[in-house]
Design a protein. Structure first.
Length: 279
């Protein structure tokens, strides 16, 4: 089973920092899921980072964001160095722009919202310096260290917001707002709602309008995006060792057979084969 790491209520608003080279109790051979964000700062590269079954190279001067619920596995070379910040969205609930940016990482897949950021040397050096300063503050006994660390993490996130990769399909603001609302509703409700009309009713738009917006943004239909969300969650659970029966009922399929047929129709392989390939 994939370990699921949760934060206690007392930790929820706190930011935790680890130096990567000091994570001696971290098992780099296993995949993990957690209910908080991890923001990786790689000063030196080496290795790979698998996020929701997409392999990313660990490069020097790169930054990776792992969102809550995503499956990831860090296969880090010993020569790689850097930091990882652990935090929850509640840490930034007073800043809507950052909260929205983070929520988009939760809702949008790695193909749409790439979780890795690589900057040119000037910006990268600034970000690495900010990370080192945050680490020093985190270790200190300064009464204001929590505020200082949050301020420095905010700077890092803002750099990512400013330099993020734009989608190849841009929408006007009104259509983009509808698209983001659709993806957020889908993220929260995909287990029970899988018809286009379910989401158009929630968003108060017609099926035609939502399909046009989604197609303009992604090149795909609304149904395709809904099915992809279901398949992604199924893959996450299969990779964690869950049975097809348990996944079928968790995702509200009528029976395991119906789920297996759906999974194969979307991926080309049965659930049992996917689990073996990704063990």
């Amino acid at each position: 089973m994939i370990p699921i790491h949760n934060r206690s209520d007392k930790q929820d608003n706190k930011i935790v920092i680890h130096q990567l080279e000091e994570l001696t109790d971290y098992d780099f051979t296993k995949a993990y899921r957690h209910d908080y964000f991890e923001f990786y700062v790689f000063e030196k590269g080496g290795g790979t980072h698998m996020i929701d079954f997409e392999e990313l190279k660990i490069e020097a001067d790169s930054f990776h964001i792992v969102a809550p619920g995503q499956v990831h596995q860090l296969s880090r070379d010993l020569k790689s160095k850097g930091f990882v910040f652990l935090f929850s969205t509640s840490s930034f609930q007073s800043d809507k722009s950052i909260e929205n940016f983070l929520f988009d990482h939760i809702c949008l897949g790695v193909h749409e919202y790439a979780p890795n950021y690589v900057f040119h040397s000037v910006v990268a050096e600034k970000m690495k310096l900010i990370s080192k300063n945050a680490w020093e503050e985190y270790k200190s006994s300064n009464d204001l260290k929590e505020l200082m660390v949050k301020t420095q993490l905010t700077e890092l996130i803002v750099y990512c917001m400013q330099n993020g990769k734009a989608s190849k399909f841009e929408l006007n603001q009104a259509d983009n707002d509808i698209y983001i609302l659709f993806r957020r509703e889908l993220k929260n409700r995909f287990r029970e709602l899988r018809m286009v009309k379910d989401y158009t009713s929630l968003l108060n738009v017609t099926d035609k309008v939502l399909n046009e917006i989604v197609h303009a943004k992604t090149g795909e239909t609304v149904s395709s995006i809904i099915y992809k969300q279901l398949i992604l969650e199924a893959k996450r659970q299969l990779n964690g060792g869950s049975s097809s029966k348990n996944i079928a009922y968790d995702l509200n399929f009528n029976d395991p057979g119906h789920f297996s047929k759906f999974f194969k129709s979307q991926t080309g392989i049965p659930p049992s084969q996917f689990g073996k390939v990704h063990e």
